[in-house]
Write a protein that binds this ligand. Structure first.
Ligand code: SF4
Length: 704
């Protein structure tokens, strides 16, 4: 920030982006809004370049400042009043539901919504729309670890310990995560551990910035994570590194897992994963001999059609080593989206009610219905998960004919995005609420301009289960409503006015009541308390409760208090390389962009640093295809094509191509990805599909 510019105000709040939820001060200057660092337990004054530039969004001239709608399919978007836009949505909903039933209108939420909004959206779907079909884009991210955590521990809190525990670990295995690029301030904790002598192991097909700083890099073939985890556990058993007392006292199901991993000897694991057997041995010994060890999961093992199995295989390893529940030790998932944790707890998931309750559980239905003032019998049963919902949208015989999208840019984030585009074009009613005209908003029938991160207050739950208050800095621009006002406005038109408030504090108070008694209990987390105490960890059932930074110290959340082992066999990805598509495509993120880029592509500094998609290829692979650095390459899978520039690096496997997924148009990575779903978590397989490379003519700059 220019030191000559006078600072006139400052508000302590949090970053709009990832799940670290760094603390920051937003300051108003004569030149517009700016960011100052703030000491908060997650970031201790640090911010990444996305955080430092976040105020650009508040100064953006690219905001939507009034509703838009189309007078029929194919007509251009035109400005409309809020009354006209909301009336159009309500009329469309009534027409679709009158003809095809309540479930024909679906709702799609986002992991960036505050807890209050995620809660209100889930309630809106069940009470105002009466539809079973609501899900959210967390299904694209952390769903596998969430499902695995529920199965193994009886509860899903991404990190069941504070991130400060990272600094106290003696060995850390990061499976398929790259925090050095995706959430750099968290590296302070890893650096502290390293300075104490901790060993860090990273399994990743790419030698990422995180892997380069590690003691040991395990460059596995995409899709082989379960084999690697089983191999590590095999070695731990053979070398007597497992904690038999812990297994006996705190777990169930070990014998079946022990039998399964017996056949994952290091040579076999090397043949499956490509990781040298000696490194499998070394990693297992480093982990097993550490006094305190962590096994951390990123999206690598999770975004696969066997994502739950992969997560369970690493949890098996952690349990056998006796890690979960001990300080500086355990298994955890490094959630990515800003409110990816809270967003999956409070009812915008297809099967879920607030407080991490289950929609199929009669007791849970009665508890929530009582808070909502409705009969439990009126609540729908669980509906379609995200990708299944999208697969049923639009076209002849479609189960989903209307779709209301909040805080999500599906045309960039969903797998097999070209096919999705055809389906979204064919729905009777597509409504998108967003601060900006995202690629998905641009094809909507009705676009509702909503407030962004610093324009309304609400709580977020970060990757460690810390609930924090993201405070309003400024009001939304004239003509812009908040998501809660939109939900309340639509509910009023659908005859459910009494059940909804557009006020975040009022919604927050009701939300906390609705979580009371649930596994994710926020009842004791009044906003002023959350602010004063730099966040509170759930569960926190009453005002006197200190919160729960560390879970599993004495018992796990299953009724008998024991954690569960789950035997996992390696099965491989849904699509294997072949003569026609000989390489493996894997997708991910870069430091300078966030998710679909709806926000970060509009920040000039970030756009300049990472302006377009690229294909990261090993020089030997590039040579075989006649490609050089900077050449245009066409990537082809069974779903479609994408074109982008070649980046050469020796830090990637020769059989693997990496493409970041933040861009639309000709560089849209999700034109290539496969919508093969995990049978449990229903997460799509972003991390592995078969791909072919061809030289391409010059790039066109084409957009969606
Ligand atoms: Fe922190 Fe994440 Fe924001 Fe970067 S993007 S400043 S790591 S919260």
């Amino acid at each position: 920030m220019d030191s000559n510019i006078a600072i006139t105000t400052g508000t302590a709040t949090h970053c709009p982006y990832c799940a670290l939820q760094c603390g920051m001060n937003v300051v108003e200057t004569e030149a517009g809004w700016g960011i100052e660092a703030r000491d908060f337990p997650t970031n201790r004054g640090g911010l990444c370049r996305k955080g430092w530039t976040a105020a650009t969004l508040l100064n953006s001239s690219d905001r939507l400042l009034g509703p838009l709608l189309r007078d029929g399919k194919g007509a251009p978007l035109r400005p409309a009043s809020w009354d006209e836009a909301l009336d159009r949505v309500a009329a469309g909903v009534r027409a679709i539901q009158g003809a095809a039933g309540p479930d024909a209108v679906a709702v799609f939420g986002g992991g960036g919504l505050t807890n209050e909004k995620a809660y209100a959206l889930g309630k809106f779907a069940r009470v105002a729309l009466g539809t079973a079909n609501i899900d959210y884009n967390g299904r694209f991210c952390m769903a596998s670890s969430a499902a695995a955590g529920l199965r193994a521990f009886g509860i899903d809190r991404g990190l069941p310990f504070p991130i400060a525990d990272i600094a106290g670990a003696d060995c850390i295995l990061i499976s398929g995560g790259n925090p050095a690029e995706t959430m750099p301030p968290i590296m302070q904790y890893f650096d502290e551990a390293r300075a104490r002598g901790a060993q860090i192991i990273v399994s990743d097909p790419r030698r990422t910035a995180t892997a380069r700083a590690a003691t040991l890099h395990l460059p596995l073939t995409p899709g082989t994570d379960a084999a690697l985890a089983n191999g590590l556990l095999h070695v731990a058993v053979v070398r007597r590194l497992i904690d038999t007392d812990y297994i006996e006292a705190r777990t169930a199901g070990w014998d079946r897992v022990r039998r399964v991993v017996a056949s994952y000897w290091p040579d076999r694991v090397e043949r499956i994963t490509g990781v040298p057997a000696r490194d499998v041995e070394r990693a297992a010994v480093l982990l097993g001999e550490a006094a305190r060890a962590l096994v951390l999961s990123g999206r690598g093992p999770e975004q696969q059609s066997r994502g739950v199995d992969n997560s369970l295989a690493f949890i098996n390893l952690a349990l056998a080593l006796g890690l979960p529940g001990r300080p500086g030790s355990g298994w955890g998932c490094m959630t990515g989206q800003g409110n990816g944790q809270g967003g999956r707890e409070h009812g915008q998931k297809a099967d879920q009610l607030p407080g991490y309750r289950q929609l199929a559980n009669p007791v849970h239905r009665a508890e929530v219905a009582q808070v909502w003032g409705v009969s439990p019998d009126t609540l729908p049963q669980p509906g379609l998960s995200a990708c299944e919902m999208l697969a049923q949208a639009g076209g002849a015989g479609a189960k989903v004919r209307g779709l209301l999208v909040f805080a999500c840019n599906l045309l960039v984030s969903a797998p097999d995005a070209a096919a999705l585009r055809k389906r979204l074009d064919a729905v009777d009613l597509l409504v998108v609420a967003d601060p900006f005209l995202s690629e998905t908003a641009a094809i909507a029938d009705v676009v509702l301009p909503v407030a962004q991160w610093a324009e309304e207050s609400g709580t977020m739950t970060n990757l460690e289960g810390r609930v924090l208050l993201r405070r309003q800095v400024k009001p939304p621009p004239p003509g812009v409503w908040t998501d809660l006002q939109v939900i309340a406005g639509l509910a009023a038109r659908l005859g459910a006015e009494a059940h909804f408030s557009g006020d975040p504090a009022t919604t927050g108070a009701e939300f906390r009541r609705a979580t009371a008694g649930g596994p994710a209990d926020y009842a004791g987390m009044a906003w002023d308390r959350v602010q004063e105490e730099a966040g509170l960890f759930w569960p926190c059932p009453d005002a006197a409760h200190p919160g729960t930074p560390r879970l599993f110290a004495d018992r796990f959340a299953h009724p008998d208090g024991l954690a569960r082992f789950h035997p996992v066999e390696y099965r491989g990805s849904a699509e294997q390389p072949c003569a026609e598509f000989p390489l493996v495509l894997t997708t991910g993120r870069v430091m300078g962009q966030y998710q679909t880029g709806t926000q970060t592509r509009r920040v000039p500094e970030l756009a300049a640093a990472e302006p377009a998609a690229f294909a990261e290829i090993h020089p030997d692979t590039a040579r075989q295809h006649g490609l050089r650095a900077g050449d245009a390459v066409q990537l082809t899978t069974r779903r479609g094509t994408a074109r982008m520039a070649v980046r050469l690096t020796r830090d990637i496997r020769r059989d693997t191509v990496f493409v970041p997924f933040h861009w639309s148009g000709e560089g849209n990575a999700n034109h290539l990805t496969i919508a093969a779903l995990d049978p449990v978590s229903r997460i799509p397989e972003y991390k592995a599909c078969a791909v072919r490379l061809d030289r391409a003519p010059a790039l066109t700059g084409e957009t969606e």
